[in-house]
Design a protein around this ligand. Structure first.
Ligand SMILES: [Zn+2]
Length: 226
C-alpha cells in the first residue's frame, strides 16, 4: 500500500516538473517569456517545497498521497494562467498575432508601393515609419504623384496598404489623418483593396459623378477625416 501511494505521488510530482519545463520553452517565443518563466519557477519551487515537506515529515502515506494529487493538478493551471493574465502576456500575444495576420492580409497591396522605397531614396527622397505605416516621399514618388495619377494636377498623397506615398514630408503630415482611413480600408479589403477602389471609381463615373470625390472609399475618408 505504501509503495503504491509513493509511486502515485511521484508520478504526479514528475508530471508537474516536466510540464513546468515545457511551459517556458513554449512561452519563450512570446514577448512576455520572462514573466512566464518566473511563473514556472514559482511552480517548480512550490513542487519542491511540498515534496520536501512530505519526505521530511516521514511521508506517512495516505494524507500526503491524497494532498499532492489534488494540490498539483489544480494549483498549476491556476497559478500559470493567472500569472500570465496578470502580466497581459496572453492578451498581448493574441493582439500581436492578430496584427501580424492583418499585415499579411494587406501585404499584396503594400508590396505595390513598397518597391518605391529604394527608388525614392536613390532619387533624393525619404522613407519614414509612422505608427506602423511606411511613408515614402520626394524623389521619384513626387514625380509619379504629379504625373501618373488620374487626378488633374496630380495627387498630393496616396495609400497602398501599409505604404503611404506623399509629395513631401509636409504633405504627409497634412494628409495623415485622411490617408490613415485608407490604411484601415486596405486592412479590411486586403488584396481586394485596389480592384475595389477602381471599381468604386467606375461605378461613380457610370452614374455620371466624379470618379474621385464620389468614390465610396474617398467619401468615407473625407467623412472621417475632412
Ligand atoms: Zn483619399
Amino acid at each position: 500500500m505504501w509503495i503504491t501511494l509513493l509511486s502515485h505521488t511521484q508520478v504526479h510530482y514528475a508530471n508537474e516538473v516536466v510540464s513546468s519545463f515545457i511551459g517556458p520553452h513554449v512561452w519563450t517565443r512570446c514577448e512576455q517569456a520572462r514573466v512566464a518563466a518566473a511563473g514556472n519557477s514559482a511552480v517548480r519551487g512550490h513542487a519542491k517545497r511540498t515534496a520536501w515537506r512530505a519526505w521530511s515529515e516521514g511521508f506517512d502515506g495516505a494524507s500526503h498521497a491524497r494532498a499532492l494529487p489534488i494540490t498539483y493538478p489544480r494549483l498549476v493551471p491556476i497559478r500559470l494562467s493567472s500569472a500570465l493574465r496578470r502580466s497581459g502576456a496572453i492578451t498581448l500575444h493574441r493582439r500581436t498575432m492578430k496584427r501580424l495576420l492583418v499585415y499579411l492580409w494587406t501585404a499584396p497591396t503594400t508590396l505595390v508601393g513598397l518597391w518605391l522605397a529604394p527608388l525614392a531614396l536613390i532619387t533624393g527622397g525619404g522613407v519614414q515609419r509612422v505608427e506602423g505605416v511606411i511613408e515614402i516621399h520626394g524623389g521619384i514618388v513626387r514625380w509619379l504623384l504629379r504625373h501618373c495619377t488620374l487626378l488633374k494636377g496630380g495627387a498630393s498623397a496616396m495609400t497602398l496598404g501599409h505604404v503611404v506615398l506623399g509629395q513631401d514630408r509636409t504633405v504627409l503630415e497634412l494628409t495623415r489623418e485622411h490617408e490613415r482611413v485608407h490604411v484601415r480600408q486596405a486592412e479590411r479589403w486586403g488584396p481586394l483593396f485596389l480592384p475595389a477602389y477602381l471599381l468604386a471609381s467606375l461605378i461613380a463615373l457610370l452614374r455620371g459623378k466624379n470618379a474621385y470625390f464620389d468614390n465610396a472609399f474617398e467619401r468615407e475618408a473625407y467623412r472621417r477625416a475632412p
